[in-house]
Every structure is written in structure tokens, then in C-alpha cells.
Design a protein around this ligand. Structure first.
Ligand code: F6R
Length: 260
């Protein structure tokens, strides 16, 4: 794991945007695994700015989002389809036909999950998987105790995840209980992973992911098995790391080391 600690959230987002824009420059038809959530909003803003001001192009990329709530149609204002449209797709030159999210309103969500997994494979797999982390250590909607061998499927959301996401809905009861999410094994198969965590509320989950045991109770700890996982943190999210000095020695201010 490459742990990059940046002075603040803005610097963390800029560092993540650098990695993504470099990946797309190196491989214009890259397959991107995308995430939603509050952490990603400033990242998509920054990528849209680079598209506008610096001609960064997503025209040939293909995207697969991690997850979608079951029961929400794409035009539902709280769906991840809607989020992606508003936060990113509407502001860049990505081809809508090459953007994919699980179909939360499919009549048979299990079949839709299997079809989604097959579609990722058909696209040649994911080159760069973007990830956030839940306060409970989830990645995608792989909640604590999710199988580390899991594939795209239906997951029941924990109370803590529903409480964290309640801010987007009118009430807790209206916050969906089920989602389709790509699995931990699906995520581990991506050629590179880029996880971003900002803010003190993520510090404990980050410490478990990076320095805790490899355990399904913290699904993000599965990234310990990934050969090319980069973790981008601000100082608050890095606050509980026992080996923080070491990470900062290897990558001062989150810069690449001479041996990267
Ligand atoms: C969303 C997703 C989730 C979020 C995580 C963090 O597509 O996969 O794992 O990345 O819940 O969300 P925020 O950034 O809102 O704290």
C-alpha cells in the first residue's frame, strides 16, 4: 500500500486528480471505476475544472460506478445515477453510452448484478478504481463482514451507513436499506486502486484498513492484498495511524518517492 498524507483535504483532492488525469493521459481509453459520496464531490469538481481549463479529456474512457441503491430509478434525485450526472458526467466529455451504474430499479436485482459483473469483464476489467471509505470500513457498499471473495450483488446496508447517508433523504426511513454493489473481489481485480479519505470521522476506519488485520469486518483492509493500492489522506484522516512518520518519510507531503 502506498500511503500519501497531504496537508489538507484540498491538497488530497488535487493529488488524487493528478493521478487520475495522468492515468487518462497515459491510456485515453482507460476503464475507470467511479465512486460517489461527499468525499468525491470536490474531486469531480476539480476534474471538471481540468477538463474545462486544461483540456483533460474523458472522451474515450469507459466508466463503471461501484454501487446504486435498490428501488431508486436513475432520475430519482437521491440515486447515484443522478449524483454522477450532476457531479461529473454533465461537466465533461465522457460518452454517456460508455458510463455504467448498477440498475437499482431492475425487476431482478440479482440478475442485474450478475449482468453488471459480466459487463465489467467484457470491458477488459477496471484500470483505475476510485474508492471512498465508510466510517465502518466499507468500500463500495461492502459492509463489515462482506466476503472478501464477493462479486457484484445485493447488500443490506448497516444502520450506520443508512444514518451516514440519511442527510440526502427526507428521513431515516426513506434511506434505502438495500443496494447493488460491486464485490470486494471485483474491486481487488482492478489494476490500480485509489482510495481517498478526508476528515477526522474517517481516522479510525483508515487505521483499521492500513494497519489493522486483514479481516472481513473491515472490508477496506482487503486492499492490503492489492499490489497497486494508493491511499490518499489528509492529516485528519491520517490521525490514528501508528506508522504515520514512516509514511511521511517515504512520501514527504504525499509526493512520489524516488523508487515509485
Ligand atoms: C459510494 C461508495 C461508498 C462511499 C463511502 C464514503 O459510491 O462506494 O463506499 O465512498 O460511504 O462516503 P462519503 O465520501 O460520503 O463519506
Amino acid at each position: 500500500m502506498k500511503v500519501l498524507i497531504l496537508p489538507d483535504a484540498q491538497a488530497a483532492i488535487a493529488r488524487a486528480a493528478d493521478i487520475i488525469t495522468r492515468a487518462v493521459a497515459a491510456k485515453p481509453d482507460a476503464v475507470l471505476g467511479l465512486a460517489t459520496g461527499g468525499t468525491m464531490v470536490p474531486l469531480y469538481d476539480e476534474l471538471a475544472r481540468r477538463h474545462r481549463d486544461e483540456s483533460v479529456s474523458f472522451a474515450q474512457t469507459t466508466s463503471f460506478n461501484l454501487d446504486e441503491y435498490i428501488g431508486l430509478a436513475p432520475d430519482h434525485p437521491c440515486s447515484y445515477h443522478h449524483y454522477m450526472q450532476e457531479a461529473f458526467f454533465d461537466h465533461v466529455d465522457i460518452d454517456p453510452a460508455r458510463t455504467h451504474l448498477p440498475k437499482g430499479d431492475a425487476p431482478d436485482p440479482q440478475a442485474a448484478s450478475e449482468a453488471y459483473e459480466a459487463l465489467i469483464a467484457q470491458a477488459g476489467g477496471i484500470d483505475l478504481q476510485l474508492l471512498g471509505i465508510g466510517q465502518n470500513g466499507h468500500i463500495g457498499f461492502n459492509e463489515p463482514t462482506a466476503s472478501l471473495g464477493s462479486r457484484t450483488r445485493i447488500k443490506t446496508l448497516t444502520r450506520s451507513t443508512r444514518e451516514a447517508n440519511q442527510r440526502y433523504f427526507a428521513s431515516f426511513d426513506e434511506t434505502p436499506q438495500y443496494a447493488i454493489t460491486t464485490g470486494v473481489a471485483t474491486i481487488l481485480e482492478s489494476r490500480k486502486c485509489l482510495l481517498i479519505a478526508t476528515g477526522a470521522s474517517k481516522a479510525e476506519a483508515v487505521a483499521q484498513m492500513v494497519e489493522g488485520p486483514l479481516a472481513a469486518v473491515c472490508p477496506a483492509s482487503a486492499l492490503q492484498l492489492h499490489k497497486r493500492a494508493t491511499i490518499i489522506l489528509d492529516t485528519e484522516a491520517a490521525g490514528n495511524l501508528a506508522l504515520r512518520d514512516y509514511y511521511e518519510t517515504v512520501h514527504p507531503r504525499g509526493r512520489d518517492s524516488a523508487f515509485d
